[in-house]
Design a protein around this ligand. Structure first.
Ligand code: ADP
Length: 267
């Protein structure tokens, strides 16, 4: 019997090791995929704007004959826009590093979600200029424990995406409410929505739903940064599509701090 058991145990251990090896190989493959995605993205997202800046700056330094004032303004515009793009990419990379090193949420405190939404909207004024923005967040929501800088960055990324992917003239909605254990915040847009099979994958680094999305100013890092930050602050974030019409809905849930019972209520 002992021999039989030992044999069985040996087989079981072998299986576990096999699963372990498969798991490890999977992790290694994932790390490899990320590394090569990072390299591709860095060479594309850094080199493309840099090439545009160098081109425009070179032309401004030695203007070809007949370069009009308007052309000059356009070239300067390219320098500024492309520099902003570089800036955004580097900020995203720094955010990723912060998540990976676990150095997130060190400045958590109690905040009203409406206040942070207000500052995020302030920062995205230029980006959302072509859209309508509808805010429905009651002022009396319970406070939540967050790092306001990180939470604002999450909202910025979501609003930026809504403005980037939903056509101009459509409405970007921000809706908040509280249930018994959390404050819920949604960023809602109209069109194009996200295919059902991609709803989880959009949170992967460098994942893009449509090939054309690559051409836009994004880095493919925004949503994975959102998830990293929200989870580091104890919350959850998920993507869905609207029920009754097209459009994406991103839902953040932040737990409300446990209330100490109000003695008045005990009477
Ligand atoms: P990106 O820099 O490409 O915007 P994100 O991580 O922010 O990277 O988003 C990943 C992908 O998810 C986008 O490239 C896009 O395909 C899709 N996506 C994100 N937000 C939306 C949205 N509001 N509507 C439709 N698709 C979206």
């Amino acid at each position: 019997l002992l021999d039989a058991l030992t044999d069985q145990a040996a087989v079981a251990i072998e299986r576990i090791q096999l699963v372990d090896d498969v798991e490890r190989a999977k992790l290694a493959a994932e790390a490899d995929r990320l590394r090569s995605a990072l390299l591709t993205s860095i060479s594309h997202d850094l080199k493309t704007p840099l090439a545009a800046i160098l081109g425009a700056a070179g032309m401004l330094r030695e203007p070809p004959e007949g370069l009009a004032k308007d052309d000059e303004t356009e070239l300067l515009g390219t320098v500024v826009d492309e520099s902003e793009r570089l800036n955004r990419f580097i900020a995203n990379l720094l955010d990723m590093t912060r998540i990976e090193s676990g150095a997130t949420a060190p400045n958590a405190g109690l905040h009203f979600v409406g206040d942070i939404v207000g500052t995020a909207l302030q920062r995205t004024l230029k980006i959302t200029a072509g859209h309508r923005v509808a805010v429905d967040i009651p002022a009396d929501l319970p406070m939540i424990t967050v790092d306001p800088v990180l939470f604002e960055q999450v909202l910025f990324n979501l609003i930026d995406n809504a403005a980037k992917y939903a056509p101009e003239g459509t409405t970007i909605g921000l809706k908040g409410w509280a249930d018994s254990s959390s404050v819920v915040l949604q960023v809602i847009d109209e069109e194009p929505g996200i295919p059902a099979g991609d709803l989880e994958r959009v949170f992967d680094s460098f994942y893009r739903v449509r090939k054309v999305d690559q051409v836009r100013a994004g880095t493919g890092l925004g949503l994975s940064i959102c998830r990293g930050f929200v989870e580091a602050m104890g919350g959850t974030i998920m993507a869905a599509n609207r029920q009754e019409r097209t459009g994406a809905v991103f839902t953040i849930r932040m737990p409300t701090p446990k209330q100490t019972p109000d003695l008045g209520e005990l009477k």
